[in-house]
Ligand binder design. Structure first.
Ligand SMILES: [Cu+2]
Length: 235
């Protein structure tokens, strides 16, 4: 064992440290980013524009997961959304359902009507303003995979004698859109999300730090052992 190889060995020790450190850091980054993507995928808010392009819901057919929210955004001059049954297109469904109330507005309304969908049952809906349902202002959330279709619902709506609405707003929440920061709902969601991911991230960081420390300690023990061996060889 000559002096040159000893120097080479010693000078490589910091490199070993650096490698262990970098490995630990990159695994921490991976853990943190996978946590973030899971969190953002779970948001589950769907937007339906009501009357933006004439007498339509846009989209007029959408599939959502249980627990997701559907936000109805209202456009001029006057629209609403009511849940119907497939068999009675322009009338409120006999049990359950929802009614947004009438949104009379000269621009996109500041408030939205948000419905939380609890299962995958079809939700047939129409606008309760006189004549709009008959004119085709209908839609469906979670259309069935076979049987009843939106086209059949629309055709039946065109023949409906009249349309009525429930006496009161119910079955959803009138509030600020989730895209606006001022809504208490949106603030609550954002806080919960960021707190959740932050605690997950710090958890994985501390785990990684421990692992890195362990590796460093192992490296230091190895270095000390080598030092001992060399000083014994040099004697
Ligand atoms: Cu309408």
């Amino acid at each position: 064992m000559n002096l040159l190889s000893t120097i080479a060995l010693f000078s490589s020790l910091p490199l070993i440290h650096a490698q262990y450190g970098n490995q630990a850091k990159s695994s921490a980054t991976t853990a943190a980013s996978s946590t973030t993507s899971t969190t953002s995928a779970a948001s589950g808010i769907h937007t339906v524009d009501v009357g933006e392009d004439g007498l339509t819901f846009n989209p007029d057919s959408l599939t959502v997961s249980p627990g997701d929210k559907v936000e109805f955004h209202f456009y001029p001059p006057d629209h609403s959304v009511v849940q119907a049954s497939f068999d009675n297109p322009c009338q409120p469904i006999s049990s359950g359902g929802f009614f947004s109330g009438f949104f009379q507005t000269s621009q996109e309304s500041k408030t939205v009507f948000t419905v939380t969908v609890n299962n995958t049952d079809p939700i047939w809906l129409y606008c309760g303003v006189q004549g709009h349902c008959q004119a085709g202002m209908v839609g469906v959330i979670n259309p069935p995979s076979s049987g009843d279709t939106l086209d059949l619902f629309k055709a039946a709506a065109a023949k409906a004698k009249d349309s009525t609405v429930p006496a009161n707003v119910f079955g959803g929440v009138v509030g600020t859109a989730s895209s606006e920061n001022t809504s208490s709902t949106a603030t609550g969601t954002a806080t919960a999300t960021s707190t959740g991911s932050a605690s997950k991230t710090s958890a994985s960081t501390s785990t990684t730090t421990n692992a890195a420390n362990t590796m460093r300690t192992a490296g230091d023990v190895g270095a000390l052992a080598l030092l001992g061996l060399f000083s014994w060889l040099m004697m």
